[in-house]
Design a protein around this ligand. Sequence first.
Ligand SMILES: Nc1ncnc2c1ncn2[C@@H]1O[C@H](COP(=O)(O)OP(=O)(O)OP(=O)(O)O)[C@@H](O)[C@H]1O
Ligand SMILES: [Mg+2]
Ligand SMILES: [Zn+2]
Length: 281
Amino acid sequence: LELWLRQRQHMARGLPKQKPIAGVKEVIVVASGKGGVGKSTTAVNLALGLMANDQSKSVGLLDADVYGPSIPKLMNLKGNPELTDKNLMRPLVNFGIPCMSMGFLVEEVAPIVWRGLMVMSAIEKLIRQVDWGNLDYLVIDMPPGTGDVQLSITQNIPIAGAVIVSTPQDIALLDARRGAEMFRKVNVPVLGLVQNMSVFQCPKCSHQTHIFGSDGAKELAQTLGVEMLGDIPLHLNIRETSDKGQPVVVSSPDSPEVSESLTRKPRPSHNPKRGSITMAM
Ligand SMILES: Nc1ncnc2c1ncn2[C@@H]1O[C@H](COP(=O)(O)OP(=O)(O)OP(=O)(O)O)[C@@H](O)[C@H]1O
Ligand SMILES: [Mg+2]
Ligand SMILES: [Zn+2]
């Protein structure tokens, strides 16, 4: 026991100190192991869903993908952040959500070729040199993978929980599992899994096809002992609204592709229309 305690102390000393983000109550990261499974889409709609579900909550969105920022396009934002008199960047705001992304700071066409340390200091800036105001939730859209960037984000800021996104395909699930294990190792609670692109319904004949498999993420959630937070169909409207910068949660809140994504019954709400777009929380 003593040895174990000493090891624990040693480990605690070895870890960098977690410093809260000024003004931010809870940080939620949206992650996956594999790329292209729908993290950014989920992060955006989660942020909007959290706010729509309880309008008294303020929600921000941080794009931690400095190589391939998606938030400018998904949130229909561009331009350079202004500086406050304290020299902090003012987030750009759309749909009531303050956002920060590398995409606001560099030219769209410029190739970003950076080494690890530069990536980390860029992310530090995007997190801390920003006037977030007072936020109940900051949703972080993570880059794909379980490498140094993901690890150092989890070690540098206190994170309330991680949402893992996966398609039901074996290779995606394997990476999702790796992601979940990484978070557990650094003591970040895994809030649960979102299964994305499980079912495609033919718009002509309504026939359903499970392109990437049907229940893979559900089974993984069971294995890991975490919750299934949502099951999002592969739907043209989700892709089109994303590309237009009109996220589906705001542009078609009552559509089946939004309501069918819910595995949990929405909480009762004073505003029934709003109540139907609880997502993943
Ligand atoms: N349920 C869905 N139905 C239709 N299209 C989807 C769905 N989810 C995501 N997409 C589309 O798939 C593409 C990839 O999604 P997204 O950018 O959210 O993935 P990502 O995991 O963030 O990718 P990356 O690893 O590159 O950051 C986008 O074009 C998006 O619009
Ligand atoms: Mg992304
Ligand atoms: Zn058909």
